[in-house]
Design a protein around this ligand. Structure first.
Ligand code: GLA
Length: 375
């Protein structure tokens, strides 16, 4: 029976936060931390899955997928199976073992990586061709429908389509993407993990989505064009009508509109090799997430403040959904060791927590590491 080893990475979002579910632009990169999945096809309809890191096993039948609150990790796998089958794709059972090094609950998309690793493994084992963007959509739906988290498309998209030395500009309206070269000897992407777990994040995330939907309804009633998402609202429209919006909704909409412009400006800056400008836009993004979208927290603000006071830092911002998790920093290569040391001491002095620091280059999306078909 066919078997193989496959991997899918986590991600860091360079800029474009909380814009994906508003049909806007995002600019993430895959990171060098991954889920590795070893899979072997079976002749029956049974799946035997084992998480090496949790020493936990889950067995299920392809025809009997039930949410399992005692093995939360297995819901990502079952959710993917469910979506593949709902599309009419014929899959057989499999034995799956996986491990990974993406920190969980840190906003680096370990869940998306697990979904994509599962979809990729099952597609390869069953010899099914699934177009990459479509695979990302299956994985997003698995998370929305089976796991019950109302995330956008960004994390699954980049985990499937990321490429080495490239950031990915994703248009979350058309689902098109453009590779943006991110090969630089001068700057490194440095991720600082606040180690604050994203407590209330799901409810706050949904609240933000609802506030944006309220914004869409508001503009749909006033503008002389079709408004299906905030993508259809311009900054001019906003300036003309914002006074009529409740304060919180006005601020959320302002973040989304300005963030979309920042993503586009960042792409220009990267294409010009202008990291100073890219870093400035990261700063603006953080301020907007902190003040307008209100998804930062003290610890993330502290990490950003410490970072921008240090030599060689082009920019720093929170990354991911917020309320904890990580910041992303652009740091000149030579300054990375001092940056690391100073962030660790500074953050620990203030919070008592030792932050984790990861240095990464944009990495590859899901891939096959080895395949064979011996018994
Ligand atoms: C989480 C979601 C993404 C995106 C970000 C915020 O990572 O899974 O879809 O909305 O938050 O940018």
């Amino acid at each position: 029976m066919k078997m193989g080893v496959y991997s899918a990475p986590g991600r860091v979002n360079l800029i474009g936060e909380h814009t994906d579910y508003n049909n806007g632009f995002v600019l993430p990169a895959a990171i060098e931390k991954k889920i590795y999945m070893l899979g072997q096809l079976r002749e029956d309809r049974h799946v035997s899955a084992y998480s090496l890191d949790l020493s936990s096993c889950k067995e299920f039948n392809l025809e009997d997928l039930q949410f399992d609150k005692d093995h939360m990790w297995s819901n990502y796998l079952m959710g993917v199976v469910d979506e593949l089958q709902k599309e009419g794709l014929q899959i057989q059972g499999a034995n799956l073992i996986f491990t990974g090094n993406i920190p969980q609950g840190a906003g680096l998309s370990s869940s998306a990586a697990l979904e994509v690793a599962t979809a990729f493994t099952l597609a390869r084992l069953n010899d099914i061709e699934i177009e990459p963007v479509r695979m990302a959509e299956f994985c997003q739906r698995a998370e929305n429908n089976f796991v019950g988290v109302n995330c956008g498309i960004m994390d699954q998209y980049i985990s499937r389509l990321g490429q080495r030395e490239q950031a990915l500009l994703i248009d979350c309206q058309s689902y098109d993407y453009q590779l943006i070269p991110f090969k630089t000897d001068r700057y490194r992407i440095v991720i600082c993990n606040s180690r604050v777990q994203r407590g209330l994040v799901d409810s706050k995330y949904n609240e933000r989505r609802q506030e944006c939907e309220e914004g869409v309804r508001f503009f749909a009633e006033r503008l002389e064009k079709e408004v299906n998402s905030l993508r259809d609202v311009s900054l001019n429209d906003y300036q003309e009508y914002a006074a009529g919006l409740p304060g919180n909704v006005a601020a959320r909409v302002r973040h989304v509109l300005t963030e979309n412009s920042r993503v586009q400006a960042s792409v220009e800056a990267l294409l010009d090799n202008n990291f100073k400008e890219f870093g400035r836009l990261m700063q603006e993004s953080h301020a907007s997430l902190r003040d307008d979208y209100q998804v930062s927290c003290q610890e993330l603000d502290l990490l950003v403040e410490l970072a921008v006071s240090l030599a060689g830092v082009a920019g720093a911002r929170m990354t991911g959904a917020g309320f904890g998790g990580c910041t992303v920093n652009l740091v000149a290569e030579d300054n990375v060791p001092a940056f690391k040391e100073k962030i660790i001491t500074g953050y620990k002095n203030e919070t008592g927590i030792k932050p984790d620091i990861y240095i990464t280059d944009p990495a590859a999306g899901a891939e096959t590491l080895w395949e064979g078909d011996k018994v």
